[in-house]
Design a protein around this ligand. Sequence first.
Ligand code: XLS
Ligand code: NI
Ligand code: NI
Length: 440
Amino acid sequence: MSATYFPEVTKPIAYEGPKSKNPLAFKWYNPTQIVRGKTMAEHFRFAIAYWHTFKAGGADMFGPPAWVRAWNAGTPLEAANKALAANFEFIQKLGLSYYCWHDRDIAPEGATPAESTQNLHAIVKEAAKYQADTGVKLLWGTANLFGNPRFTHGAGTNPDLQVFAWAAAQIKDALDATLALDGENYVFWGGREGYETLLNTRYKQETDQLARLLHLAVDYKKKIGFKGQFLIEPKPHEPTKHQYDFDAATVIGFLHTHGLADHFKLNIEANHATLAGHTFEHELTVASADGKLGSIDANAGDVLLGWDTDQFPVDIYSTTKAMLVVLAQNGLGSGGFNFDAKCRRGSLETLDLFYAHIGGIDAFARGLLVADKLLADRALEDFVSKRYASWDTPFGQDVLTGKVDLETVAALASQKGEPVPQSGRQELLEIIVNDYLLGV
Ligand code: XLS
Ligand code: NI
Ligand code: NI
């Protein structure tokens, strides 16, 4: 295993158990431990986000990049090759198996579309070699359709057809690259697909344009034989004032309206949920209810900051609630948990990248164990089943499945008389969850 970019970590991070005091060890994530018939590694399929881990420099609105990274050197293509080497060294040292990228993270944009395609192909060739050597796989690829100034007014939703064409060109290349690297999914996050003001915007046309771009991608996917899952990642705002893929419910409605529902699932990001005024578990639940929870961007916001701070997830209350939803639908299929998260500007050493990922991984492993125990003991379910018992009767099921008309169900009102409200027991259930959190 190479030691070029992370010499401070001399051996792969190992599971040492909850009593370990070693900060470079997992205390809860034991990749081979079986939970509900699957190893922890299979449950999570944790991925490294290339952009935050290798391309971010700690820049914020008030200051330029602040971190010195050894791989960030030479010509753009040389730097791209160095970052690639760093990526595989890092993933191997963390003992993980997946990474995710935007096209422009892994390869620099050229002076012309043809040159950009060439750069991407060159890097993909190298990445394929590393993947073959290390066994590390691509969880998903995506195209960066928001960084370049040409996308200021959107990509697929741009008022200028020529920008739509450039977006199409990038998506085509990114899909080719994802296929070449056996990517298991492909993500569409709506970058600048939204508006700043309705005064200059044809709302309906822009959403139709977006749907058209996605249909074109579906057709191309079939044409090239890409078998991975397409995912849309909702976000309510930022960079635009209003993003069209606002939240899970909006995206699901959009997919059904535009005949795209069979081709897409959702990639739910925790911080985007909170930006939309929802909890993480709410967004997971809404997506799952429609059979569309496909993958997760594992991160967290800050309750006091109203933007996408992309912090590493450490709140085990939140990871527990998330894992309850994931376990209830029996996993994410071809999806995984991508750490779309970055260190704070002040956490400036490469060692911090290890601590950050270890903390996030352990937070989810612990959430998995607590959720598993809550489910195994039916600690919440017994109460919930009782709460809905009237619907579980044959008559209740007939109402639900449309076998009963309005008059018949209305007759029940006088037959059975005034309903008696029952306690929802929220506080008791919260205590139960806390007891399990502390006891596992
Ligand atoms: C930005 C998004 C982005 C997507 C990939 O807020 O989270 O990082 O995950 O384009
Ligand atoms: Ni994301
Ligand atoms: Ni985000």
